[in-house]
Design a protein around this ligand. Sequence first.
Ligand code: AHG
Ligand code: MN
Ligand code: MN
Length: 334
Amino acid sequence: MKNVTVGEFIVESQNNFPGSTGELSKILSAIKLASKILSHQINKAGLAKEILGSAGRENVQGEDQQKLDVFANDTFINALSARGVICGVASEENDSFIAFNDNVNNDAKYVVLIDPLDGSSNIDVNVSVGTIFSVYKRQSKKGSPVEMKDFLQSGNNQVASGYIIYGSSTMLVYTTGKGVNGFTFDPSIGVFFLSNPDMKIPDMGKIYSVNEGNLNQFKQPVRDYISYCQSEQNKSNYTSRYIGSLVADFHRNLIKGGIYMYPSNTKNLNGKLRLTYECAPLAFLVEQAGGRAISETQRIMDIVPSELHERVPFFVGSKSMVNHLEEILAGESK
Ligand code: AHG
Ligand code: MN
Ligand code: MN
């Protein structure tokens, strides 16, 4: 295969959008840079004690922040603000959005929402973690400070979304609404190469992914679906895989086919995952790859968030598997 770097790919894709100003390309390039810095830190996590373990404080959602959560957050926000191409950012690790108020950034037309380090409880045990991002056009007037409404848009308005997985290799997977492409990082030369062009999720898979420790707290239809996955009546011989890093579970199912579920449970009535910087960006990606993403009752992309850190039940993956689950949730099938 021709060695296409992500930089070349971004420029080539930009040429397909007449009138493009290159701002989106610069955002992707900032994300690429921050991900290289983070990848480097993650790879030496076992050696560098200053980046392992808890930062000794909680984020607004009451979750213990890891040192690497804080490092990842600072790295992405610094890279994005330095380019002058976005007017604000919202992150899992910050209570509210951050407005970039200087003149250059105020004139920018995009905002970014980000989960800087996903699966951070896995970092201390050498298991894959990730970053998830989403890009929207601002709704407020250019030149004025960003407002909350710029960050609370339905997933349908996304201009781009993607993730980085820091696994056995580091990969960047993203969409700008024209399919999904994956790039693998070559650490020896510091470059991402196109490795997975035009990714498509198989229509049907064998994998179901859910935290079965919560099984007894799920609603009956979800338990019925999981029973189906486990039953002999299921001729496809489903198998269970759950890493506990959303990005890693999503990435595996995207390639192999499968369904990932984080349902509501008796403790968390809206599940655990956050709509704006976890579910909506992955919903955009999976739909671009031919799959589906729903909450219990609606398409994730159609939900208009009412707050930044809103949680939502999340079911995502191969189209036929999500269709089947949806029928069971609606009481139409067993
Ligand atoms: P984060 O590390 O960004 O807070 O996200 C953690 C999420 C997600 O990565 C993962 O799929 C899920 O939490 C796992 O939750 P359980 O441990 O409840 O299964
Ligand atoms: Mn997360
Ligand atoms: Mn996170």
